[in-house]
Design a protein around this ligand. Structure first.
Ligand code: DON
Length: 304
C-alpha cells in the first residue's frame, strides 16, 4: 500500500515536467486552467483515501466521464443491446476522429472514443429521464461529495464549438446508429464531460473498478464479471492512441480526459487519480502518465 510520503515523492519527481506538454484549448473554457497544478490521490482496499499536491482542487473530468456513462448504460441495457451499437476494439485513431465512423458504417470502435461515448449517451437518453441530473447524483453518491457540480461554462463552451462532435453524431445517424435528437444528446454528453471533481473524489468514485464492482458505500454497482470487462476495455482503449504506450509504461487499466486527469486501477488493491493539465500528443496528461509510471514502479505493480 502506498504511503503519503510516496505520493509526495511522486509529485515532486514529476513537477519538473510541467512546461513540456500543452493544455487543451480546443475547448476555449479549458484553455485558461493553471498548467502548474499537479496532484495524485489513491483509494486503497481498506477504503482509505490519501493524496498529495492539489488533490482537493476540482478540475474538468472530460472523457473520464465516459467510464461513468458506460457503467450506467450497463444497468439500463443488456450486453447485446450495447455491443450491437458500439465495438470493443482499440481505435488506433485520435479520440475525435470521423474517418473510422464513415469506414465502419456508423459503429464506433469502442465506448471511450467520442463517437462511442455519444452512442452511449444516446442510449442513456432513450431510457432515462433527467439524465444530466441522474449522472450528477450518481457521481456525488459514488464519491461521497455532495458539492460536485457541472461547470456550465465548460459545457456551454463545448456546445458552442461542437461542430466535430455534432458531425460524428449526424454521421452515425445517417447509418441508423443514433436515435435521439443530436443537440439534446450532445448537451447531455457535454454536461457529463464538464463535471468538476478533484483527485480524491475520482479515486473514491472509481473504487468499484478495484473492488469487484462494489462501491465505497458497499453497493454492488456492477457485477464482478462486468467489472473485469470494464477494466479490460479500459486497458485496451482507455488511453486512445496511447493505450499501448500506457500499458507498457504503467500497466494498469486507465482512462484519461483532456482536462489532464487520468484514473487508473489496480484490481483488488486500489483506484488512483492523477491530474496535471498539460497533455501529450495523444491528448493524455503528460505528467499524469509519468506519475502513474513512478507509482507502479515504486509499488512493483502492473496487471501484466
Ligand atoms: O468531446 C470532447 O472532445 C471532450 N468533451 C472530451 C474529450 C476528451 O477528454 C478526450 N480525452 N482525452
Amino acid at each position: 500500500m502506498p504511503e503519503q510520503i510516496l505520493l509526495e515523492q511522486v509529485v515532486d519527481k514529476v513537477r519538473p515536467l510541467i512546461g513540456s506538454g500543452k493544455v487543451a484549448n480546443y475547448i476555449p473554457a479549458l484553455g485558461s486552467v493553471d498548467p502548474n497544478k499537479i496532484a495524485i490521490a489513491v483509494t486503497t482496499a481498506d477504503g482509505q483515501t490519501i493524496g498529495a499536491g492539489d488533490y482537493l482542487e476540482p478540475f474538468s473530468i472530460q472523457s473520464i466521464s465516459k467510464v461513468f456513462s458506460l457503467t450506467l448504460a450497463l444497468s439500463l441495457y443488456t450486453e447485446d443491446e450495447i455491443w450491437s451499437r458500439v465495438g470493443k476494439e482499440p481505435s488506433g485513431q485520435s479520440f475525435n476522429s470521423l474517418v473510422q465512423v464513415e469506414l465502419e458504417r456508423g459503429i464506433p470502435r469502442n465506448p471511450f472514443i467520442n463517437a462511442g461515448a455519444l452512442v452511449i449517451a444516446d442510449l442513456i437518453q432513450a431510457r432515462q429521464s433527467a439524465p444530466k441530473h441522474r449522472m450528477l447524483e450518481e457521481v456525488r453518491k459514488l464519491s461521497g461529495n455532495s458539492h460536485i457540480c457541472f461547470d456550465k461554462n465548460v459545457a456551454n463552451s463545448e456546445f458552442k464549438f461542437s461542430a466535430r462532435n455534432a458531425s460524428i453524431a449526424y454521421l452515425m445517424k445517417s447509418f441508423g446508429n443514433f436515435d435521439g435528437n443530436v443537440d439534446t444528446v450532445l448537451k447531455n454528453y457535454f454536461h457529463y464531460c464538464s463535471l468538476k471533481m478533484n483527485c480524491a473524489d475520482l479515486s473514491k468514485a472509481m473504487f468499484y473498478l478495484a473492488n469487484r464492482g462494489k462501491t465505497l458505500q458497499n453497493e454492488q454497482l456492477v457485477t464482478p464479471v462486468q467489472t473485469r470487462q470494464l477494466n479490460a476495455l479500459l486497458a485496451t482503449s482507455g488511453l486512445y492512441d496511447g493505450a499501448g504506450e500506457f500499458a507498457y509504461r504503467v500497466g494498469m487499466p486507465g482512462k484519461s480526459g483532456v482536462g489532464g486527469g487520468i484514473i487508473a486501477v489496480i484490481p483488488g488493491d486500489m483506484s488512483i487519480c492523477v491530474w496535471s493539465p498539460e497533455l501529450d500528443q495523444n491528448g493524455n496528461s503528460l505528467a499524469g502518465t509519468r506519475m502513474l509510471e513512478h507509482l507502479s514502479q515504486a509499488l512493483g505493480r502492473s496487471i501484466f
